[in-house]
Design a protein around this ligand. Structure first.
Ligand code: AMP
Length: 939
C-alpha cells in the first residue's frame, strides 16, 4: 500500500484516481487489483445498490483523508505481491497518462515549449521496466478495444492518445460519467480519428481560405493594422466544423465573441462578410452616416449559414479593445435568445467565446464569466471557449511575465471544464478537438476549452517588428512553413490529392476574392429572418421624453389584487407579511402608495401588456433595503413564491434573480441580454449604487457608446441606490457625475425619480415607448419609506413621467423671487425647511431627468414666476461631484431663456469639494446636510 501512495498523482492530493478505481470496483470488484479490492472491501458500503451512480461523498471524503495523510494509508490494506502488484502499477501508469500526458504532448508548432520532467510517465516510476513490455496486463478502464494487452501495446496506445498533437486535461473533473465519456472519445481513436479524403480536402480548402485572405491583405495593404491570423490559420477550419456540427445537433443560433486577432478572417471566411465591403473599409471608402463608427476589427456581423441540421443564424458580437469583456456580453445575448425560444437546456443557441492567451489568463472577467456558467440566472448550457494561443502576451511579453499558472487556460478548471491543448499545425487534431468539444457541450451542457496552440507570424499588429523583443521565436517562425503548406504537403504525400489540386485551391480562392465573391461556402444568400429578432419597430426614433404611460384603473386594481395574493400553503415571514398587508390596504385605497407598491405595479402592468421582465442584482428578490419582496420565501419549507409570475394565464416571462457577487460580468451580461431582447424590461440593480464602478468598463465601452459606435440599441435599466444618509463614503453616491459626463448625443437617460408615481411611469416609459436607450436611475434608499414620498392610484393610472416636477406648495407665483432646483431626496429636506420657515418667496423644483436635460419643461415650470431674481442649484453631493459641473450649462440656458443674464447668476448650494464622496462621521454628515439646505434658501 505504501507504494500505492508514493506515485505523485495519488499522493499529491489527487484522490480522483482512487475514486475511479473505487467506482470500477463498485461495478465489478474483479476489475480492480486484489490489493485495492481488499482495501475497498473494508470500506463502509454506500446505501442502496452499489453501482455506478451511487453517491460517493462519504467514501470520497475518506480518499481525500488518505491522500492527505499517507501514513494513515499505510497498512490499511494487505500488501500483495508479484503479478498483481505489477497490474496495479500498469493501471497507475494508465491514469498517469490521463493526468499528465498533456505535459509531454507535442502541442507547440514551433517546438519551443520547454519539456517539463514528468516522472509519472516513466516505467521505472511505477516499478515497471522494459522487461515487462511483452507481459500481458489487464487494460482496466482504458479504451483499448480489448481487456488484456502486452504492456508495449498499452504504452504505445497511451503515448499516441495523450502525447501527440492533443494534450487533454480532464482528470480534474469529479463526475465519473464525464471523465469516462472523454476517455472513451480520445482513447478509442488514439486522439486521431481516420478522416476520409473529402473531409480532409475540405479542411485544406478552409485553411487555404484562411491563408489566402491574409496574404491578399498583406500584399495589398502592407503595414496596415488588421491583426492577421497568420500562424493560427487552423482556427478557420475549426470554427467551420464547430458551426456545422452544432447545426447538426439542431442548434439554431450561434453567438460569437472574440477580440482582434483573426476577426477579419472569421468575418469573411465564416460569417460571409463580402470581401469587397472589407476592402472598401481598408480603402477608407466606408462613410458613416450616424454616430462615431468604429475600427474594422471591432465590427460585429450577422448572417445565416447552412448546416446538416438546417439554417443557422450567426452573430459576431461587436466589441471594444478591452479584451475579454465581450465574453459575458455574448453570454447575455445567448441567454436572451434561449429565453425567447424557451430553450431551457441551451440546445438551440450556442455561445462561443474566442480569447487571446494572455487576456484569458490575465483578466478577472474571465473568472467571473466562468463563475456564472452554471448559475440559474446566467447559465447558457455550456460555452465553447477557444484560445488563439500565440504564446506571446498582448504585444511583446513572455509567458513567464503574463501568468503564474502552467497553462493560460488553468482558470477554466475552476468549473471543471475539460481543456484540449491542440497543435495548430495539425488540422486533423484540431478537427477532432472541435468535434469532441461540441459533442461534450451538447451532452453535458458545460463549458469546454480548446487551447489552439499556434504562433503569430507577424508582430502584435502588422506595423510591429516582433524580432526586436522575441528574437529566438521569430528566427524559428521565419523558416517555419505555414499550416496550410504543411497540411497540403501531408495530404499530397498521403495521396489524398495532387500538388496541382492543392495549388488550384489557392488560385480559386484568390480569384473569388478578386471577383468580390462571397468566400464563406455555407453562406445562405436569402436568410430566414425568423431566426432572429426584428428590430425594425425600434429603429429610427428621435429622442422624446414625453410619452403616455397611463393604464386602465380597473385593470390596475385587478392586477394589484393579484400581486398581493399568496397561496394558502405559503407561510410568510412576519415583516414580509406586514408589507403584503400594507399593499392590500394601498390597493383598497386605505393607505397612500409607497415605492415598493408602485414599482411592483409597474412590473405587473408591463407583464399584462405582454412585455417580459428580467431583474437581477445582488439582492434583487428582496431589494437591498427590503422594499420589494418580489420573491416570498415559505417559512415552512424554504420554497419560494413569486406573485408576479402569476399575473395572468399566458403572461410573458418574469425573471427575478439574486446575482452572484459580481458587477462587471453581470452588468455586461445584462447589456448583452438587453441588446438582444428589445421588447422586454431588463433591469440590473446595484446593491449600492457605487458598486457599479466595478463595472465601469461596461458603462464606458458598451452602455454609453454602443449605439454611437455600432448602431446597437439598448434599453437596459440600471437601478443605482443613491442618496446622502450618513452611511459614509462608500454607500452614499452612485457617482452621478460619472454618468452625466458620459452623456452626449442623447445616448442615455439619467433620472432621479422622487415619488412612487414617478418610478411607475419611468419604468413603463422605458418599455412601451419604442425608443431604446439605456436608463440610469439614481434610485432611493430612505425615500422608499419616507412618509411624504407617496402617491395615489389615480396618479399611477392617469399620469406620465414628469421630467420636471413643479413646486408642490401653494405659492403666489408673483411673490417668488428664488427658485431652488434640485434632484433626488434632498427635495424633501428643502420642502421641510421651507414649510418650517414659511419661505413663500422660494419655489422648489425637482429636475427628475438630468439627461437629456428637459430645458423646455423646466422653462415651463419657472415661467410664471414673473418676479424671479435668483436660481439656485442645490445638491447633496460635494461641489466637484453630482450634477453641478455636468449640468449647470443646461440650467443657465433655461435661466437665460427666462431673463437674459439670470443664468450667469446661477448659485450653488451643496457640500464643499471633497476627495471622497461623503463624510464618514454621522455628525459631520448631519451638519453638512443642514448647511446645504440653509444655503439653498439664503446663499
Ligand atoms: P443578431 O441576431 O444579433 O445577429 O441581430 C440580427 C439583426 O438584428 C442585426 O443584423 C441587426 O440588424 C438587428 N439588431 C440586432 N441587435 C440590434 C440592436 N441592439 N440594435 C439594433 N439592431 C439590432
Amino acid at each position: 500500500m505504501e507504494l500505492m501512495w508514493r506515485s505523485s498523482h495519488v499522493s499529491g492530493g489527487n484522490a480522483h484516481y482512487v475514486e475511479a478505481l473505487y467506482e470500477q470496483y463498485l461495478v465489478d470488484p474483479n476489475e480492480v487489483p486484489d490489493e485495492w479490492r481488499n482495501y475497498f472491501d473494508q470500506l463502509p458500503r454506500p446505501e442502496g445498490s452499489p453501482s455506478y451512480d451511487t453517491p460517493l461523498s462519504p467514501i470520497r471524503d475518506q480518499f481525500y483523508q488518505l491522500a492527505r495523510n499517507r501514513r494513515t494509508a499505510q497498512g490499511t490494506a494487505a500488501v500483495d505481491s508479484g503479478e498483481n502488484k505489477k497490474q496495479v502499477k500498469v493501471l497507475q501508469l494508465i491514469n498517469a497518462y490521463r493526468f499528465r500526458g498533456h505535459q509531454k504532448a507535442d502541442i507547440d508548432p514551433l517546438d519551443l515549449r520547454k519539456p517539463v520532467p514528468v516522472p509519472d510517465l516513466d516505467l521505472s516510476f511505477h516499478q515497471l521496466s522494459k522487461a515487462d513490455m511483452d507481459s500481458e496486463f489487464q487494460t482496466g478502464s482504458f479504451f483499448l478495444g480489448k481487456d488484456k494487452a502486452p504492456l508495449k501495446e498499452i504504452v504505445e496506445a497511451l503515448e499516441q492518445t495523450y502525447c501527440r498533437s492533443i494534450g487533454c486535461e480532464f482528470m480534474h473533473i469529479v463526475d465519473t460519467e464525464e471523465k469516462r465519456w472523454l476517455q472513451q472519445r480520445f482513447e478509442s481513436v488514439r486522439s486521431k480519428p481516420k478522416y476520409g479524403n473529402e473531409v480532409r480536402k475540405h479542411v485544406l480548402e478552409r485553411l487555404t481560405a484562411a491563408e489566402g485572405l491574409e496574404s491578399y491583405l498583406a500584399s495589398k495593404y502592407p503595414g496596415t493594422k488588421r491583426f492577421g491570423l497568420e500562424g493560427g490559420e487552423s482556427f478557420i477550419p475549426m470554427m467551420d466544423e464547430v458551426i456545422q456540427r452544432a447545426g447538426g445537433y439542431g442548434t439554431k443560433e450561434v453567438v460569437i465573441g472574440m477580440a482582434h486577432r483573426g476577426r477579419l478572417n472569421l468575418l469573411v471566411n465564416i460569417l460571409g462578410k463580402s470581401p469587397s465591403e472589407l476592402i472598401d473599409e481598408f480603402d477608407g471608402k466606408k462613410v458613416i452616416t450616424k454616430g462615431s463608427g468604429d475600427v474594422k476589427y471591432h465590427q460585429g456581423f450577422s448572417s445565416n449559414v447552412m448546416t446538416p441540421g438546417g439554417e443557422v443564424h450567426l452573430a459576431l458580437a461587436f466589441n471594444p479593445s478591452h479584451l475579454e469583456i465581450v465574453a459575458p456580453v455574448v453570454e447575455g445575448s445567448v441567454r436572451a435568445r434561449q429565453d425567447r425560444r424557451d430553450d431551457t437546456d441551451g440546445d438551440k443557441v450556442l455561445p462561443i467565446n474566442v480569447h487571446g492567451d494572455a487576456a484569458f489568463a490575465g483578466q478577472g472577467v474571465v473568472m467571473e464569466t466562468f463563475q456564472m456558467s452554471q448559475t440559474r440566472a446566467y447559465k447558457t448550457g455550456g460555452t465553447l471557449h477557444v484560445v488563439i494561443n500565440n504564446q506571446v502576451g498582448f504585444t511583446t511579453s513572455h509567458p513567464q511575465d503574463t501568468r503564474s499558472t502552467e497553462y493560460c487556460t488553468d482558470i477554466a478548471k475552476m468549473v471543471q471544464a475539460p481543456i484540449f491543448h491542440v497543435n495548430g499545425d495539425d488540422p486533423d487534431a484540431v478537427l477532432h478537438a472541435a468535434q469532441v468539444a461540441i459533442d461534450y457541450r451538447q451532452q453535458f451542457h458545460k463549458d469546454v476549452v480548446i487551447d489552439l496552440v499556434c504562433y503569430r507570424r507577424r508582430g502584435h499588429n502588422e506595423a510591429d517588428e516582433p524580432s526586436g523583443t522575441q528574437p529566438m521565436m521569430y528566427q524559428k517562425i521565419k523558416s517555419h512553413k505555414s499550416s496550410r503548406e504543411l497540411y497540403a504537403a501531408r495530404l499530397v504525400e498521403e495521396g489524398v490529392l495532387s500538388e496541382d489540386d492543392a495549388k488550384a485551391l489557392v488560385e480559386q480562392y484568390r480569384e473569388d476574392l478578386l471577383a468580390g465573391n462571397h468566400v464563406a461556402n455555407a453562406l445562405v444568400k436569402q436568410p430566414n429572418t425568423e431566426l432572429f429578432v426584428d428590430w425594425n419597430p425600434y429603429l429610427g426614433h428621435e429622442w422624446s421624453g414625453d410619452f403616455d404611460t397611463s393604464f386602465d384603473m380597473k385593470r390596475m386594481q385587478q392586477l394589484a389584487t393579484r400581486m398581493c395574493e399568496i397561496p394558502d400553503g405559503v407561510q410568510v415571514q412576519r415583516q414580509v407579511a406586514k408589507i403584503y398587508e400594507d399593499r392590500r390596504k394601498m390597493q383598497a385605497g386605505g393607505m397612500a402608495l409607497n415605492w415598493g407598491f408602485a414599482e411592483t405595479l409597474a412590473y405587473a402592468t408591463l407583464l399584462d401588456e405582454g412585455h417580459p421582465i428580467r431583474i437581477t442584482g445582488q439582492d434583487s428578490g428582496r431589494g437591498t433595503f427590503s422594499h420589494r419582496h418580489a420573491v416570498v420565501h415559505n417559512q415552512k419549507d424554504g420554497t419560494t413564491y413569486v406573485p408576479l409570475e402569476h399575473i395572468r394565464e399566458g403572461q410573458p416571462r418574469f425573471t427575478i434573480r439574486d446575482s452572484y457577487l459580481s458587477e462587471e460580468a453581470v452588468l455586461a451580461f445584462e447589456y448583452g441580454y438587453a441588446t438582444t431582447m428589445p421588447n422586454a424590461l431588463i433591469v440590473w440593480e446595484a446593491q449600492f449604487g457605487d458598486f457599479f464602478n466595478g463595472a465601469q468598463v461596461v458603462v464606458d465601452q458598451f452602455i454609453s457608446s454602443g449605439e454611437s459606435k455600432w448602431g446597437r440599441l439598448c434599453g437596459l435599466t440600471m437601478l443605482l441606490p443613491h442618496g446622502y444618509e450618513g452611511q459614509g463614503p462608500e454607500h452614499s453616491s452612485a457617482r452621478l457625475e460619472r454618468f452625466l459626463q458620459l452623456c452626449a448625443e442623447h445616448n442615455m437617460q439619467v433620472c432621479v425619480p422622487t415619488t412612487p408615481a414617478q418610478i411607475f411611469h419611468l419604468l413603463r416609459r422605458q418599455v412601451i415607448r419604442p425608443l431604446r436607450k439605456p436608463l440610469v436611475i439614481m434610485s432611493p434608499k430612505s425615500l422608499l419609506r419616507h412618509k411624504e414620498a407617496t402617491s395615489t392610484l389615480e396618479e399611477l393610472a392617469n399620469g406620465r413621467f414628469q421630467m420636471v416636477l413643479e413646486d408642490q406648495g401653494k405659492l403666489d407665483a408673483s411673490k417668488v423671487k428664488r427658485v431652488v432646483l434640485c434632484a433626488g431626496k434632498v427635495y424633501y429636506d428643502l420642502a421641510a425647511y421651507r414649510a418650517e420657515n414659511e419661505r413663500e418667496d422660494t419655489a422648489v423644483l425637482r429636475v427628475e431627468q438630468l439627461y437629456p436635460f428637459p430645458k423646455d419643461e423646466l422653462f415651463e415650470a419657472i415661467k410664471d414666476y414673473t418676479n424671479l431674481e435668483q436660481v439656485v442649484w442645490c445638491q447633496e453631493e460635494p461641489l466637484n461631484q453630482g450634477a453641478w459641473y455636468q449640468s449647470q450649462h443646461h440650467m443657465r440656458v433655461v435661466a437665460d431663456m427666462f431673463k437674459e443674464g439670470l443664468g450667469r447668476e446661477l448659485k450653488f448650494a451643496g457640500r464643499p469639494a471633497s476627495a471622497a464622496p461623503a463624510a464618514g462621521y454621522m455628525s459631520v454628515h448631519v451638519e453638512q446636510q443642514r448647511q446645504l439646505v440653509e444655503d439653498a434658501f439664503n446663499a
